[in-house]
Design a protein around this ligand. Structure first.
Ligand SMILES: [Zn+2]
Ligand SMILES: [Zn+2]
Length: 454
């Protein structure tokens, strides 16, 4: 019941370098599909540790690389380790325990730690496999655009997940660390734009056809739809364009909609109804409606077999210990983020055992698509302060300092140990596939929405 000595040794030698990589990515935050710096830095790290590295543009459009595939080893099993590269717009923040915004994006979801921490897990595993003569293949996938759930869908569409037997992932999270037993929502991200006809809003309004009116009527229609969908459905939007001046009838308006539901099927049904509302609004206002789907992701499908295996491996890793300075930093962040004093453990370190019960969750991730094609386990925990909001300056602050470092080192060890234990027990992977196949029974086969476009 101890951590593998070779994994431990790798981390003794390389922890500073892993932390330097996550700090470098934190200092160069990039939003989805534009993770050029992060891809380059992560690729260099993986190459240095002997991986065969491809730097790719995930959408394969010939753009600058935003995605890293690093492989090592040969034969079965093929173990995928997922890292993320993207930051969030508008969440730039210094690594201090009070709001101190920096212009531009920031790592308010902690993906800099996932890029480096999960890459390090792959490196530690490789050196352990070499030292112990273990067979198998490691694939580290540094993925773009998780926040807009685009990256992995492009990567699946472009066959970058082909041949992987099992996928392991980690995400910073508040609360007790655990293997995720949440079925996160399927989601569709779309742009709905209206084209009208401009006119002087005071002089000849009768000649105008307002695209803004269409957008507003559409949103009203969606408010009424809310009563007639199942309670898992979430519909949220922002205006991307709404006109230029009040005295000009807007000839263009644009909305960005997310529609979420517990299953991809329900999500698609609701999207079809939202589109009808948009068409109705266009008809009422004599405007034209244009739909553009940006992304769509499946719900996540937890795998109990892999969750149990992840837990069994994770308890071999010594828990994180925080310094008094780190605990005080966390308390100050919490106070400044919530206006309250913390009367609970902001940084719990003890792993919660699997409960065997799946709950539903409001968020979405493109890990959902991966979980439909490959048995996948997500380890959630550390770095985000319990009770602090997500996608928030408080997370950007913690992901750029030692609380984040400790999270990625610990969680990387968990992933490396978990992969190592799976190599010794291939029957767990078999059992995970049996469960996976059973979970898929009675569901429509996985369908990547990008396949409809080509
Ligand atoms: Zn996020
Ligand atoms: Zn995230």
């Amino acid at each position: 019941m101890e951590m593998n000595k070779n994994i431990e040794k790798w981390y003794e030698l390389h922890t500073d370098e892993v932390n330097a990589l996550s700090d470098d990515i934190w200092a160069h935050p990039e939003v989805g599909m534009q993770e050029h710096y992060a891809a380059k830095a992560t690729a260099a790290f993986m190459r240095k540790y002997g991986f065969e590295v491809q730097e790719l543009d995930a959408a394969m459009k010939g753009d600058e690389p935003n995605c890293v595939i690093a492989k090592w080893g040969s034969g079965k099993p093929v173990i995928g380790i997922i890292g993320e590269l993207d930051a969030l717009p508008g969440l730039g923040q210094e690594a201090v325990p009070y709001p101190s915004p920096k212009p531009g994006p920031g790592h308010g979801c902690g993906h800099n730690l996932m890029a480096a921490g999960c890459g390090a897990a792959a490196c530690a595993l490789k050196e352990t496999m070499e030292a112990e003569g273990l067979k198998g293949t490691i694939v580290y996938l540094g993925c773009p655009a998780e926040e807009t759930f685009e990256g992995k869908v492009h990567m699946i569409h472009n066959h970058l997940f082909d041949g992987i037997d099992v996928c392991l992932a980690w995400h910073p999270m508040g609360g007790a660390p655990k293997a995720v037993e949440i079925c996160m929502n399927a989601c569709t991200n779309m742009i709905i734009s209206f084209k009208g006809r401009t006119a002087h809003a005071g002089g000849d309004p009768h000649n105008g056809r307002s695209a803004l009116d269409a957008a507003e009527l559409m949103n009203v229609g969606v408010q009424y739809l809310r009563e007639h969908v199942t309670s898992d459905v979430r519909m949220h939007y922002i205006y991307l364009a709404s006109g230029t001046a009040p005295n000009i009838v807007p000839d263009f308006a644009s909305l960005n909609y997310f529609v979420r539901a517990q299953s991809a099927e329900t999500c698609r049904d609701v999207v079809a109804r939202v589109r009808k509302i948009a068409e109705g609004a266009a008809m009422m206002t004599e405007t034209e409606v244009i739909f553009e789907q940006k992304a769509a992701a499946y719900d996540t499908m937890p795998n109990f077999t892999l969750n149990q295996a992840m837990y069994d491996s994770a308890i071999k890793i010594p828990e994180i210990t925080y310094t008094e300075d780190e605990i005080n930093f966390a308390k100050e962040v919490y106070r400044n983020a919530t206006g309250k004093e913390a009367d609970h453990d902001l940084l719990p370190t003890t792993i919660a055992p699997p409960t065997g019960t799946i709950t539903s969750g409001g968020g979405s991730t493109d890990v959902g698509d991966v979980s439909y094609i490959i048995p996948t386990v997500q380890f959630f925990g550390h770095c985000r302060l319990t009770g602090c909001p997500s996608h928030h300056w408080s997370t950007t602050a913690c992901t750029g300092m030692s609380i984040g470092h400790k999270a990625q080192i610990y969680s990387g060890k968990v992933l490396a140990q978990n992969a190592y234990d799976l190599l010794h027990h291939p029957e767990i992977i078999e059992k995970a596939w049996e469960e996976h196949r059973k979970n898929l029974e009675g569901r429509a086969p996985y369908h990547c929405w990008l396949d409809d476009i080509d």
